[in-house]
Design a protein around this ligand. Sequence first.
Ligand SMILES: NC(=O)c1ccc[n+]([C@@H]2O[C@H](COP(=O)([O-])OP(=O)(O)OC[C@H]3O[C@@H](n4cnc5c(N)ncnc54)[C@H](O)[C@@H]3O)[C@@H](O)[C@H]2O)c1
Length: 357
Amino acid sequence: MEKIRVGIVGHGFMGHEHEKMLSGMEEYQIIGISDIDPKQLEDVPEGIKRYTSDEELFADPEIDVVLIVANNNQHHDLVIQAAKAGKDIICEKPVAMNVAELDDMVRVTDECGVKFTVHHQRRLDLDFRTMKAVYDAGSLGDVYTVKSSLYGFNGNMHDWHVFVSEGGGMLFDWGVHLLDQMLWMMPGAKITSVFADVRNVINTEVDDYFKILMRFDNGVTGEVELGTYFLTDKISEKWFERHWIMGGNKGTAYLDGFDPQGKIVRTSHLLTNVRGTRTMTAAGPTRSFGPPAEGTILTEDLPKATTKHEDYFKNYYKAYHGEEEFLVKIPETRRVLALMEAVRESAKTGTSIPFEK
Ligand SMILES: NC(=O)c1ccc[n+]([C@@H]2O[C@H](COP(=O)([O-])OP(=O)(O)OC[C@H]3O[C@@H](n4cnc5c(N)ncnc54)[C@H](O)[C@@H]3O)[C@@H](O)[C@H]2O)c1
């Protein structure tokens, strides 16, 4: 098998992840790694070249594809330099700081005739793929709501992610994944309007909380919520919670965790009007919110997803050789950036913003 020869630009947290992943795949050979901080190159494994300047890496004729894994504010310039050196490019998310930057990058990659895509491997996450399979199967009937949430319970934000100038903030860091998943789940649906709340709860410069509501023209309201300062004392062993809920008129699907646990839940017959049974609660008697009559709630297992992050690079290899389409297409990433701009506008003005209509 002819290997794709890769150069990695940026050997921090994610650069190391890519190094490990690609080193274990027969389709790839890592030729070299660059970083502006020489300390980050100290643990580059033997047999892989180290470059203290990106220019050296871009000029290396042994490299076919560069993987841009530097801070978000570096992506624009690095992609353009790589394209001008004739390299094909995979760029980390968020591909750019805004739509204008991306358009500039696309102009240059097109002029240089190089392949350009983005590392959105969270399209392969098991929790997301499970919910997408539920949506695609149509078994919940008319879906009216899809909620995707992620909460961190320790208040952590780290390194350059707390600086605006570096492309920090949770909207850029995780929002880009959560929005990309929501849009890619329902690729044919247009967003008619967006309402968002984006906050700097404890960070002075960058957002660490957001709630985003998107009205789609297929009848779904998509909701994405994330907070890094959502404290709780109910921790068992993990310091985050990941949840999905999808509601349709023929059932509900819920899912918890990246290692997905959940069910599809239905009622044995439609319960639009049943004889009220009085249940006493601490807040007084209730009929609507009491327990269901025995046998009315039915559960089904969620579909089983089997995707893994490695599949991103398996697809890349085939697409590189014209055997498949790239999993991530640049117009899709542009749509997410445009949506994030509408999100910020909505949060600033406190109004809902028309989008794609
Ligand atoms: N897809 C994912 O799941 C995922 C996860 C984490 C990070 N990322 C992305 O990866 C990128 C890097 O994030 P990270 O968490 O690894 O950050 P990091 O700070 O751990 O690493 C970034 C590295 O890039 C280096 N660097 C900065 N500018 C450079 C330049 N011009 N040339 C060469 N090296 C440069 C830094 O010295 C550092 O070693 C970001 O775009 C981030 O959004 C993606």
